[in-house]
Design a protein around this ligand. Structure first.
Ligand SMILES: [Zn+2]
Length: 338
């Protein structure tokens, strides 16, 4: 092992050297290098191996915890079992590794519990977890966290697309919206006990995978033209204030933006391409998959509506009013893309 590590160290030196060109038609005699042999690098101390159920694990992190998931507490280590060979885990973990799980996406099922279970286990859609609406202590797991579930569909946020690949999906039993006589979507509440379950579950997942607040999102955030779940009754503000989950704006920052913007005539400005372009660019900078084109089109309206479901749930009419605009700017200031 020590020889292997020394070889790896020398590898860096070899890679860093450039290739030397030999002039054509010039014969050169091979000469022995007059370089002192490199000193053998001492291997860093390895963490202790813990054996459990016949398997070896590392219990201690050897490096930056944000880039390393070598401890057993982050789940089982899945290894190959090639015929006639033994997979040696003594060299594990490498420092250069990271979690595949980058996002938590929240949904509602728009079905009762029995139908939710049937659809999510027997059909082509699924989620890692299903939170029922019973006042009990159970949360159902339907898919291993290390595997891909099919809950997000065509989706994007900031620089990422197809978020099924990198997310944990949580479905919540909730009947979904009904459209009233005036054409408004009316959404049902989530029960307090269900909210407590969701909070505990999201907190646990976000902590284990170090998922940042910017990556804990609604289905409607990552697919605003197609989806409206989990809707404006989902308690994002409560989760932020009581459980430090997800994003929320600071009231003072919002007020500063509001005071400077309140005199603008928003109904009129939505017909002004330069102002619409500014709105679309701010939504895009925040994370929404929107193409700034200067027209307040259906995609823009639905994206504003998705933003309002999440951050201004009292009024989700899809129009960029002064308050929505102030909240969006306060959020962009607080959660810039790094
Ligand atoms: Zn959904």
């Amino acid at each position: 092992m020590r020889n292997s590590l020394a070889f790896i160290s020398l590898g860096f030196l070899i890679i860093s050297c450039g290739t030397q060109k030999t002039p054509q038609n010039v014969q050169t005699k091979p000469t022995l290098p007059k370089v002192a042999p490199a000193k053998t690098a001492e291997a860093p101390p390895r963490p202790k191996i813990h054996r459990e159920s016949g398997e070896d694990f590392f219990r201690d992190n050897i490096a930056d915890i944000t880039k390393n998931d070598n401890t057993i507490s982050y789940g089982s280590i899945v290894s190959a079992e090639p015929q006639r060979y033994k997979v040696v885990k003594t060299f594990f973990p490498a420092i250069a590794q990271n979690f595949r799980q980058k996002y938590i996406i929240l949904h509602y099922t728009a079905l009762d519990e029995d139908k939710s279970v049937t659809v999510l286990t027997q059909q082509s859609v699924s989620a890692h977890y299903l939170v029922n609406d019973q006042n009990d202590r159970e949360i159902y797991q339907l898919v291993d966290e290390n595997k891909r579930a099919y809950h997000a569909g065509i989706s994007a946020w900031r620089n990422d697309k197809s978020l099924n690949d990198t997310s944990i999906g949580i479905e919540i039993v909730n009947s979904g919206y009904k459209v009233d006589s005036s054409g408004t979507k009316v959404f049902p509440d989530f029960s307090p006990s269900q909210v407590q379950k969701i909070a505990a579950l999201v907190k646990d997942i976000a902590t284990r995978y170090m998922i940042p607040p910017t990556n804990i999102l609604a289905h409607s955030d990552i697919a605003p033209t197609r989806k409206s779940d989990p809707g404006p009754k989902f308690p994002w503000k409560q989760l932020y204030e009581e459980h430090q989950i997800g994003m929320w704006y600071d009231e003072g920052a919002k007020q500063v933006f509001y005071d400077s913007a309140v005199l603008e005539d928003y109904a009129l400005q939505m017909t002004v391409p330069s102002f619409v372009f500014k709105i679309q660019t701010a939504l895009k900078n925040f994370g929404y998959d929107i193409l700034p084109n200067g027209t307040y089109d259906d995609a823009t309206k639905k994206t504003v509506e998705a933003f309002q479901y999440h951050f201004r749930p009292q009024n989700y009419n899809g129009l960029m009013d002064a308050e929505t605009w102030a909240i969006l700017q306060a959020l962009n200031q607080k959660y810039p893309v790094k």
